[in-house]
Design a protein around this ligand. Structure first.
Ligand code: F6P
Length: 376
C-alpha cells in the first residue's frame, strides 16, 4: 500500500459533459470533510498540469456547483506525450511528474474519456498515482456500465427527436436528427428508442440507402407520409464503412514510421471525404422517396447545461467512492459505475479500448422488435 495521501489533485479533460462539477464536489467534500485531505484543481486539463496552473479547492469553492454545466476548472484535448510547444509536439510526462512532486501531490484524479485514459496510463507508467473517472456523453468508455454526462445528453437528444416529430408530421417531411456519440451509437440508439424515431442509424450497423428507403416507403404506404431518422454522427453506409476500415487497417499494420505517416494521411483524406455525410444521406433519401428532407444537427446543445438528476447522483457516487480509493491507496484504476455501486478496473485494461454497441445488445433487439428500421 502507498503512503497515506494528504494532498490530491484533480483535472477535467476532453470534451465537457454535464456532471463534471458534481464529481468535483462529491470528491472534494468527501476528501476534505470526511478524510481531512487537501484538494487542488488543475486548470484546463492536461494543459494546466503541464503549465502548473491550479487553484485550491475548499468548501466555499465547492459550494453551489452541483447543478452547473461545463467544468469550473476548464478543459482541453491536449495530450501529455504530444504537447504543442514551440511548433512541435513534445513529451511532457517528465515535466508533469516534476510539477506534481514539487507540489506534493499524492494522488491525481482525472475526469475524462478515451483520450484521457491514454494520458492517465502514460502518467501511471511514469509513477504518478492516477485514478480515472468515466466522463463522456458518448458512453463509449471500456470497463464501465455508463459514464456521467450520457443520461443528460440522451434526455436532450430525446426531447429534440420528440420535437422534430411534430414538424416532420406537419410538413410530410423526412427529418434526419444528427446525434453526437463519436464512433459509438449509444446516444443515437438510446435517444432514438426513447424518442420513437422511425429509423436509427449507428456506426456499429452500416446502413444501405435501399434499406432506409424501403422502411420509409413502407411507412408511406401505411399512410405515414413523414419519418424521423436518428443518425449517429459516426454512422456510415456500408461502402464508407469499408473504406474507413481499410484505411484504419493500413495505419495499424504500417511497419515503418514513414508508412504509418502516409497511412494516417490517407485515413484523414478518407474521413474528410465523409464529412457532412448526414446531408449526403438527406439528398439521397429525397431523391429515392420523393419526400422533402431536412437535417437537424443537434451538436453541442447535447453537451451543455445542467446535469440530470441521474447524472448528479452518478457523479456524486463516483466522486465520493474515489475519495475512499485514495484513502486506501488504490491507484492505477478507473472507478467504474457497476449497477448501483462502483468497481475499480485496472487502467491498463481500459486505455486504448472503445465500448461500442454490441450488435446483439438488448437495445438493438428492442428497436427491431418494435419495428424501428436500423438501415441493414
Ligand atoms: O466526446 C464527446 C463529443 O461531444 C463527441 O460526441 C463528439 O464527436 C466530440 O466530442 C466533439 O469534439 P469537439 O468538442 O472537440 O468538437
Amino acid at each position: 500500500m502507498s503512503k497515506k495521501a494528504r494532498k490530491v489533485g484533480i483535472l477535467t479533460a476532453g470534451g465537457d459533459a454535464p456532471g463534471l462539477n458534481a464529481v468535483i464536489r462529491g470528491l472534494g467534500k468527501t476528501i476534505i470533510t470526511h478524510y481531512g485531505m487537501e484538494l487542488i484543481g488543475f486548470r484546463d486539463g492536461i494543459t494546466g498540469l503541464v503549465e502548473n496552473r491550479y487553484v485550491n479547492l475548499d468548501g466555499s469553492t465547492l459550494s453551489g456547483i452541483l447543478t452547473l454545466g461545463g467544468t469550473i476548472l476548464g478543459t482541453s484535448r491536449d495530450k501529455v506525450n504530444k504537447f504543442p510547444l514551440h511548433g512541435e509536439q513534445v513529451n511532457m510526462v517528465p515535466t508533469v511528474k516534476e510539477n506534481l512532486d514539487k507540489l506534493g501531490i499524492d494522488a491525481l484524479v482525472m475526469l475524462g474519456g478515451g483520450g484521457t485514459a491514454k494520458n492517465a496510463k502514460l502518467l501511471m507508467d511514469a509513477g504518478v498515482n492516477v485514478i480515472l473517472l468515466p466522463k463522456t456523453i458518448d458512453n463509449d468508455i471500456w470497463g464501465t456500465d455508463t459514464s456521467f454526462g450520457f443520461a443528460t445528453a440522451m434526455e436532450v437528444a430525446t426531447q429534440a427527436v420528440d420535437r422534430l416529430h411534430s414538424t416532420a408530421h406537419s410538413h410530410h417531411r423526412i427529418i434526419l436528427a444528427e446525434i453526437m456519440g463519436h464512433r459509438a451509437g449509444w446516444l443515437a440508439l438510446g435517444a432514438g428508442i426513447a424518442g420513437g424515431a422511425d429509423i436509427i442509424l449507428i456506426p456499429e450497423i452500416p446502413y444501405t440507402i435501399d434499406s432506409v428507403t424501403e422502411t420509409i416507403r413502407a411507412r408511406i404506404s401505411r399512410g405515414s407520409t413523414f419519418s424521423v431518422v436518428a443518425v449517429a454522427e459516426g454512422a456510415r453506409d456500408a461502402t464508407d464503412t469499408a473504406s474507413t476500415q481499410a484505411a484504419l487497417e493500413l495505419v495499424s499494420t504500417a511497419s515503418t514510421p514513414e508508412n504509418k505517416k502516409a497511412a494516417k494521411i490517407h485515413l484523414a483524406t478518407v474521413q474528410d471525404a465523409q464529412r457532412e455525410h448526414t446531408f449526403k444521406l438527406a439528398r439521397e433519401l429525397e431523391s429515392t422517396t420523393g419526400l422533402e428532407t431536412r437535417v437537424s444537427i443537434l451538436g453541442y446543445i447535447q453537451r451543455g447545461g445542467t446535469p440530470s438528476a441521474e447524472d448528479r447522483l452518478l457523479a456524486t457516487r463516483l466522486g465520493s467512492a474515489t475519495a475512499d480509493h485514495i484513502y486506501r491507496g488504490e491507484y492505477g484504476i478507473l472507478v467504474a459505475a457497476r449497477g448501483q455501486g462502483t468497481e475499480p478496473v485496472a487502467l491498463e485494461d481500459v486505455a486504448g479500448k472503445l465500448k461500442s454497441v454490441p450488435t446483439d445488445h438488448h437495445w438493438i433487439q428492442t428497436a427491431r422488435w418494435i419495428g424501428t428500421g436500423l438501415g441493414d
